[in-house]
Design a protein around this ligand. Structure first.
Ligand SMILES: Nc1nc2c(ncn2[C@@H]2O[C@H](COP(=O)(O)OP(=O)(O)OP(=O)(O)O)[C@@H](O)[C@H]2O)c(=O)[nH]1
Ligand SMILES: [Mg+2]
Length: 323
């Protein structure tokens, strides 16, 4: 029910008019996270529920079934093995033999895997946002801009996606919505040149946070990676402040998110993940696999299309909602 409500809310937000002054978010973060992850819970939670309805006692067969359930939730073989081993060990040491405590044990393991020190944000801060097309990069940038504006930061957006016709316009709408400035060139311009100009503008105007959009698709993968490498070189040479590169992953893609991380990791050093569309997916467990395989933390989760639908990642909320 909460999921349906959250869908309705997004539809009405989609039709909102652009405002200059950001207002305070109204819904509690935990509430939004719960709404967003509701589908995730019903999928993994349902399978787990079925399993627990069948097994009262924890034994080898139960662990085999549990392993299959976790893998089917995109958690990956390595993370699943780690979770199973930890739960097995705790059951042995604490003499837990009935399945009633499995939820609590699993949540503990998942939070432990996903826990990360929140990075100390130093300003001026540059955030480079990468990811394949359609995952929600521009939307995430808009939401981050709104969040930083609410914190009283001066934000500038760089329209580095010069490939797609409407990309810069979309970013401009988000800039207006969040009270941010924008640097753009015409369509087909050199992405690295836009970023170069944005960095100069950010320095000259005393901007606190400069967020750079990038193309999700070019003629081919090599062009995309070459362009990203070039943008990376421009930033390295022209930005002395703090820099973070976030990959945006669409939670509905499941396992494919892993190959995306691999691909972008080769072109640029990734510092974190924005996991989007958790409001509309039965997946999201792939973040556990990625954390385990690449030691890459989720920084934000996207739970809708509105400017307030970005949450700072919380491992306890995440694990409590995923199971
Ligand atoms: N439900 C939901 N939709 C989202 C979320 N984030 C983005 N979207 C939608 O996903 C679609 C694609 O988002 P964009 O931000 O344009 O994606 P992009 O990665 O910038 O795409 P390209 O510029 O084409 O590479 C849009 O319709 C967004 O409104 C989210 O967290 N939840
Ligand atoms: Mg975009």
């Amino acid at each position: 029910m909460a999921f349906l409500w959250s869908k309705k809310k997004q539809e009405s937000e989609g039709a909102e008019t652009v405002t200059d002054t950001p207002e305070k978010p109204k819904t509690s973060l935990l509430g939004k996270m719960a709404q967003g992850l509701m589908r995730t819970r019903s999928s993994l939670g349902q399978k787990l529920g079925n399993l627990l309805a069948y097994y009262d006692k924890i034994d080898d067969e139960f662990f085999e079934e549990l392993e299959a359930v976790l893998i089917s939730a995109d958690m990956g073989v390595v993370a699943t093995e780690k979770i199973i081993n930890t739960v097995r060990e705790r059951c042995k040491n604490e003499k837990i033999s009935d399945t009633a405590r499995i939820h609590e044990l699993l949540r503990g393991c998942i939070s432990d895997i996903m826990r990360a020190e929140a990075p100390d944000e130093v300003y001026p801060l540059l955030i480079l946002v990468v990811g394949v097309n359609g995952v929600g990069k521009t939307t995430a940038i808009g939401k981050m801009a709104y969040r930083y504006s609410l914190m009283g930061k001066k934000v500038l957006l760089a329209a580095g996606d010069t490939f797609r016709a409407a990309a810069a316009e979309q970013l401009e709408v988000w800039a207006e919505r969040s009270g941010a400035q924008v640097v753009r060139h015409g369509e087909g311009a050199d992405s690295a040149a836009v970023i170069f100009d944005a960095l100069s503008a950010a320095r000259a105007r005393g901007v606190d946070v400069c967020i750079c959009d990038t193309a999700g698709r070019l003629q081919n993968k090599k062009n995309l990676m070459d362009e990203l490498a070039k943008v990376g070189r421009i930033i390295d040479r022209n930005w002395e402040g703090e820099k973070q590169t976030y990959i945006v992953l669409d939670a509905t893609t499941g396992q494919n998110a892993i190959s995306q991380v691999k691909m972008f990791n080769e072109a640029t050093k990734l510092d974190g993940i924005v996991l989007t569309k958790l409001d509309g997916t039965a997946k999201g467990g792939v973040a556990v696999a990625i954390k385990e395989e690449f030691d890459l933390n989720v920084r934000y989760v996207g739970v809708g299309e509105g400017k307030e639908d970005l949450l700072v990642f919380d491992p306890e909320d995440y694990s409590a909602n995923i199971i």
